[in-house]
Each structure stands twice: as structure tokens, then as C-alpha cells.
Design a binder for this molecule. Sequence first.
Ligand code: PAF
Length: 278
Amino acid sequence: MKIFHKKSDLIDALSKLRESKSSIGFVPTMGALHSGHLSLIKKSLQNNKITVVSIFINPTQFNNTADLTAYPKNLNEDCELLESLSNDIIVFVPEIQEIYKDGMLTNEYDFNGLDKYMEGEFRNNHFQAVATVVELLLDIVEPNSAYFGEKDYQQLKIISCIKTNVNIIGCSTLRDKNGLALSSRNNRISLSSIEIASNIFKNLNFVKSNFNKLSIENLTEKVTLNINLFDQMKLEYFVIADEDKLAPTTVVNVKKKYRAFIAVFVDGIRLIDNIALN
Ligand code: PAF
């Protein structure tokens, strides 16, 4: 496995490999890899000759320094996991200055309202920061395809609208045996609260089963009650939005596809999840 810290070295290495017309798959990550990341990387390995994985904790997309500082870092374990998949993976682990030459600035994107609600509403400037770093990374790696998880569905939609020549591929969410969506943040939650956190997915499934039976208002009330019933959990938002525009709704148009989106603090750690409803 080759690890690059300098973007010029990575660009050189990739340009040689590109000469053999090999397709490049790219999986950007912030490290603390888990089976969810590995499933994206496996997909890239299946569909491309070359797979590049970046490990870069992007400071600009965090809304508070405590969350940034607490973000798990374990490069050795990450590399072992990557090696267990393949020796051919190319890993890019840049320092902040490698990515942000002129200071940690974010670009101004117009996402056509996709960033207005849910994560965009509760995390100021988050998607401008995510899109900026993803675009910077895509410019360095110049992959044919890049892989993102559906757990961050809003992120996936927003990245799909950045103008690049890259094929953006969404991959389904991986869950633990109780249904909790895999996330690097889960490690920061106590075992007993992890059990309780499985109620997030139970509630999403309840909403899916009752989507055609109960009103959206009624579903929202029930989810709010069910989640806040537990001392360890606090609901930040529950929203049903159409998949296309990501605009919350209280009325259902049978011609549209909908998803339920949720953000919950468990032991003070913020978790998100979503489910397709129809
Ligand atoms: O989903 C993530 O891990 C991050 O938002 C990403 C896409 C790697 C950008 O920093």
C-alpha cells in the first residue's frame, strides 16, 4: 500500500498510472474507518483498476472546536483496515496546508436550496465547507468515480451538484445488528446508550411502515415523543422531505419520492440517519 502526504507526489504517481488508461475510483474520508467506509472502498476496488482513499479531517466543516478536537484519529488502524482489503490501495493523508494553501477559505456555492434544511439549517456553512474540500480533493485525484454513503444523503445530493466530470456514486448505509447506522461517532457513545440509539432506526422504520397510513404531522409527533422518551437522547430534527429538492413537506404528492431525515443527540453526540419511504 502506498501512502502519500504531498499532493504533488500523489499527482505524479497517478499521472503515471493514468497513462495505462486505468480508471480511478476515489473514496474521500475523514479516517476512523469502519465497515461503512470499507463497503465504499470495496465498491471502488470492484469497479476500478486504481482506488485512492483520502484521510483528511477537514476543519472547516465542523461547527464547533470541541467536536473537531474529539473527532477520532487512528491512522495506524485505518491503514491496517485498508491493507486487509487490498495492498494496492493508494492512501492520501495530507496536512492542512497541503489542502488549504491560502488559508482555510470556503467557496460560495449555489446548491439550489438543497442545503436549506436539515443539516444545512442546523450546521452553518457546513455544506459550503464540505463541497469546497471535496472539490479540492477531486481536483487533486481527478478520479473517474467517487463514492459516498447514503447515510449522509443530503451531502451526497449536494456533492452530485458540484460541476465536475466525476461520476458520483451513492452507496447504501451499513448498520449494526440493531440497525444503528455505522458512524465514526458511534465509538464515542457508551454501550448502554448504543442500545438505546437503535431506536433511531426503529423509528425510521415505523415511519416507513406508516407513511401511507398516518399524516406527516402525526408521524412527526410520534417520532418526537418516542425519541425524547429516553433521557440519553434528544431529537434535533425529524423531517420528511422529497428526495429531489430536499424540501420538508407536510403533504404527500404520490408522484414524488420521499425520505425521512433525523438528527439525534445521544449522550451528547450528534447522530444522523435517513430512510427512503416510497
Ligand atoms: O463524509 C465525510 O466523511 C466528509 O464529509 C468528506 C466527504 C470526507 C469531506 O470531508
